[in-house]
Design a protein around this ligand. Structure first.
Ligand SMILES: [Zn+2]
Length: 419
């Protein structure tokens, strides 16, 4: 391991960190190598117990809030100063892998443990968060814990969330042992001095370029929309073409408009996807009378995303007028993008240089809890390569060497931010 020019000599316990990642992966709703830990499932609860134990082993003080965010703190010499935060999530979508989120939680524990072993004494407190429900599996809304911490979702909206079985957040969190008002989850102003999340890239760029560390300068803002189209059904043989009001064809025009608008937005980060497209009645010999689409539109810039959305809406309206189809176009969710804090980005870059690790600045195209932490604290993210850019599947893989490099950069970065 290379030593930095300044600061503590940090030795990450790579074997121990890898062992913990492998142990947590065995806590799953499905047999290995598949990892599934849906919010407040039995596996999620056992995963939380594992996280608490790992935090205690790292010598950190535990606290949990009313929605189940877990905080593990190393009290600094001046504990009243805003803390330096890190962390990620350990929930996993069905059929996922072992590294997404987990590297950022267990890696941050190890970063702090290594700093402790080095004899470092932080001025500010250092705190690791395991965020509740980064994945949207249960409620259809991701980053529930960090949204509530940042106050970016009204508590009433969180309470109105229902899972597929109709169970609400209050019922489920109570069953998981979390009581207290959700109003108390919002962090007081200035809780964090800065926040740095370690995560696998979930894309192919670092691996392809053989660069071990990515530093996030922008996080793309996700938005999604629901389009319901009401046409007129009929017999596929009997209704002649000029008389048709085919809901599916209006939907097809909208899907193509999404692609066109994303390509022509003026930002190379605009991406548009129609991932859900259902038609009724869904019979070969029947004109579709109804179509239902869900559009996902993301960008690192708000202006170009808004331009793309305006084009999609206008093209959708035209297609529906032309075809005599009625349309409902609703926003499901729209989060603005976030920028990495320039000072934090520069510190991570300097740490990498001093450790002799190549790094590059990047855009996070997936969203993370950091998108919401960026609203309440200067924030950046440290990315490490993952094989073929794979994630959200059991083949997800990152090497121990890269995980150790990420944890080492995180440790040095947090040490500098804490002084
Ligand atoms: Zn993640």
């Amino acid at each position: 391991m290379t030593a930095p020019k300044s600061g503590p000599r940090i030795k990450i316990d790579g074997a121990g960190l890898q062992r913990r990642i492998d142990e947590l992966a065995l806590i799953s709703e499905n047999p290995a190598p598949v990892v599934t830990r849906v919010l407040f499932s039995e596996a999620d609860l056992r995963g939380r117990e594992y996280v608490r134990r790992a935090a205690r082993e790292a010598g950190l003080a535990l606290r949990e809030d009313a929605v189940g965010n877990i905080f593990a703190r190393w009290h600094g010499r001046e504990p009243n100063l805003p803390a330096v935060g890190s962390g990620s999530h350990t929930d996993a979508i069905p059929n996922a892998g072992r590294f997404d989120g987990v590297v950022g939680v267990l890696g941050a524990f190890e970063a702090l443990a290594a700093l402790k072993r080095s004899g470092f004494s932080p001025r500010r407190s250092l705190e690791v968060v395991m965020f509740t429900a980064e994945e949207p599996t249960r409620f259809g809304l991701g980053c529930l814990g960090s949204r509530l911490m940042g106050g970016t979702i009204p508590v009433a909206r969180a309470q109105a969330l229902r899972d597929r079985e109709g169970r609400g957040l209050d019922e489920l969190r109570a069953a998981a042992g979390y009581s207290g008002s959700l109003n108390s989850v919002k962090l007081p102003k200035g809780h964090y001095h800065s926040f740095v999340e370690l995560h696998i890239e979930q894309g192919p760029i670092l691996e392809k370029k053989k660069i071990p560390i990515g530093i996030v300068e922008h996080i793309a803002g996700p938005s999604s929309y629901r389009v319901t189209l009401h046409g007129e059904g009929g017999h596929a043989g009997a209704v002649l073409m000029p008389k048709r009001h085919d809901a599916m064809l209006a939907g097809a025009e909208i899907a193509l408009a999404v692609e066109r608008a994303a390509k022509n937005s003026g930002s190379r980060d605009t991406v548009g996807t129609v991932g859900v497209f259902r038609i009724e009645p869904g019979a070969c010999n029947s004109v579709p009378f109804k179509a239902y689409l869900e559009i996902d539109l993301r960008d690192s810039r708000l202006d170009t995303r808004a331009k793309a959305l305006a084009e999609i809406r206008s093209a959708a309206r035209k297609a529906c007028v032309k075809r005599g189809v009625k349309m409902e176009f609703e926003e499901i969710n729209a989060d603005p993008p976030a920028d990495g804090d320039p000072k934090a980005v520069a510190i991570v870059e300097k740490v990498c240089r001093e450790l002799g690790l190549r790094s590059m600045r990047m855009v996070s195209r997936a969203y993370h809890d950091s998108l919401f932490m960026a609203r309440v604290s200067p924030t950046t993210m440290i990315f490490i390569p993952c094989r073929n850019g794979w994630s959200h599947r059991p083949e997800e893989f990152a090497t121990t060497r890269h995980i150790v490099a990420g944890a080492e950069v995180l440790a040095h970065t947090m040490a500098r931010l804490a002084d």
